[in-house]
Ligand binder design. Structure first.
Ligand code: GDP
Length: 345
C-alpha cells in the first residue's frame, strides 16, 4: 500500500469512527453502563472539531443528572514511586468492597518529551481486564488547560456510566498535580522513603494539598526507613493549621507488592468521604471547584475572542512596539488598548 492510500484509508476510517459519535447514539448506552460507549464518549469529548464539540456538549448535558455520585480520588507521585502498582493493589481492595473503578491517567510528559512515561510500560495488567474496571490514559499532546477540561468531563462520563470510584492519576511533573487537585475530592500523595523531598520533586505546596501521604514500598529492607519517613511526615503535617473541612491529613505506609496495609488506606479514604459527605464539605468543595472552572473558562473564552480577532492582534503588535520604544508603560498600553476595545464593541 502506498503512503497516500494508507493516509486516505486512515482518514476515512477515522471519519467513520467519529461519525457514530453522537449524543443520540451514546447517551442511552452510557447510562446503561456500557463500557465501549464510555470509551467512545471520551473519544468524542477529546475531539477538537467544532462540530463534534456540539455533540460532546449535548452528551454531557444529557447525562449530568446521573453524575456526582462517585468518590473522586487524585493520586500523584514521581515516576517510579509505585503509582501503577499501588492502583492495581488498591483497585483489588475497591472491587472486593463492591466498587466499580475508573482510572483516568494524565501524563504531561507525553507532550513534553514526545514519549509517554505512562504508556511505555505495561501497567495494571490484572486490573485492566476486570469487569468492573475502566482504565483510560489521557493523551496530552495538548496544553494542560485542554487536559483539565477533558479529564473533568471524563469524570462526569464515568460517573454516568456507573463507576463509583474515579481515580485520576498523574505523574508529579509541572503543574499537573494542581490541575488534578482542582477536580477531585481526595488527593493522595505517594512518597518514597529515604529520598529527599527535593529528589522527589516535591514542592511544599503539594504536601499542603495532600489529604493523605502514603509511603510506598514498605517491605523488606525498606520497612524501617518507611516507618521513619512516616514519623517525619506526621510531624510535618502537624505544623499545618486545622482545616475547615474538619479533616486531619493522614500519613500511612504500605506495600503494594505484598498487599500490606492497602486495606488501611481504603478505610482511611472511606472515613474521609464519610466525614465530608456528612458535614457538607464535599458539596462545598465541588461547588467551589465548579465556580473556579466556570470563571477560568469565561476568562479563556474572552481571551480567545480578543486575541483571535485580527484587528486586536494587529493593534496589540503596535502597542508592543510603543512599549519597546519606551513611549508607553505596559500598564498604560493595556489600559489604552482596552479602552479602544470597549469603545468599538
Ligand atoms: P510508577 O512509575 O509510579 O507508576 O511506579 P510503578 O508502579 O511502575 O513501580 C515502579 C517500580 O517499583 C516497579 O519496579 C515496581 O515493581 C516497584 N514497586 C512498586 N510497588 C512496590 C512495593 O510495594 N514494594 C516494592 N518492593 N517494590 C514496588
Amino acid at each position: 500500500m502506498t503512503d497516500k492510500s494508507f493516509i486516505d484509508d486512515w482518514q476515512k476510517s477515522r471519519k467513520e469512527r467519529l461519525e457514530g459519535l453522537t449524543c443520540a447514539n451514546l447517551s442511552p448506552l452510557l447510562l446503561a453502563k456500557d463500557r465501549a460507549a464510555l470509551a467512545s464518549a471520551i473519544t468524542l469529548i477529546e475531539s477538537d472539531s467544532a462540530e463534534l464539540r456540539d455533540e460532546a456538549n449535548a452528551l454531557i448535558k444529557s447525562i449530568l443528572h446521573q453524575t456526582g455520585g462517585a468518590w473522586r480520588i487524585g493520586i500523584t507521585g514521581v515516576p517510579g514511586v509505585g503509582k501503577s502498582t499501588f492502583i492495581e493493589a488498591f483497585g483489588k481492595v475497591l472491587l472486593k468492597n463492591g466498587h466499580r473503578v475508573a482510572v483516568l491517567a494524565i501524563d504531561p510528559s507525553s507532550s513534553i518529551g514526545g514519549g509517554s512515561i505512562l504508556g511505555d510500560k505495561t501497567r495494571m495488567n490484572w486490573l485492566a481486564v476486570q469487569d468492573d474496571v475502566f482504565i483510560r490514559p489521557t493523551p496530552t499532546g495538548d496544553v494542560l488547560g485542554g487536559v483539565a477540561r477533558h479529564t473533568r468531563e471524563s469524570i462526569l462520563l464515568c460517573e454516568a456510566a456507573g463507576f463509583d470510584v474515579i481515580i485520576v492519576e498523574t505523574v508529579g511533573v509541572g503543574q499537573s498535580e494542581t490541575v488534578v487537585h482542582s477536580m477531585v475530592d481526595f488527593f493522595l500523595l505517594l512518597m518514597l522513603a529515604g529520598a529527599g523531598d527535593e529528589l522527589q520533586g516535591i514542592k511544599r505546596g503539594i504536601i499542603e494539598m495532600a489529604d493523605a501521604i502514603v509511603i510506598t514500598k514498605a517491605d523488606g529492607d525498606n520497612k524501617v526507613k518507611a516507618e521513619e519517613a512516616l514519623r517525619s511526615y506526621q510531624n510535618a503535617l502537624h505544623l499545618y493549621a486545622q482545616r475547615e473541612d474538619g479533616w486531619m491529613p493522614k500519613v500511612q505506609t504500605c506495600s503494594s507488592l505484598e498487599g500490606w496495609k492497602i486495606d488501611t488506606v481504603y478505610q482511611l479514604i472511606r472515613s474521609y468521604f464519610e466525614l465530608t459527605q456528612k458535614n457538607g464539605a464535599q458539596d462545598l468543595q465541588r461547588s467551589e471547584q465548579n465556580s473556579s472552572f466556570f470563571n477560568d473558562n469565561i476568562a479563556n473564552l474572552i481571551q480567545q475572542d480578543f486575541f483571535g480577532n485580527q484587528t486586536w492582534k494587529e493593534e496589540s503588535i503596535k502597542y508592543q512596539e510603543k512599549i519597546k520604544k519606551g513611549l508607553l508603560s505596559p500598564f498604560q498600553a493595556a489600559e489604552e488598548m482596552y479602552a479602544k476595545f470597549k469603545a468599538n464593541r
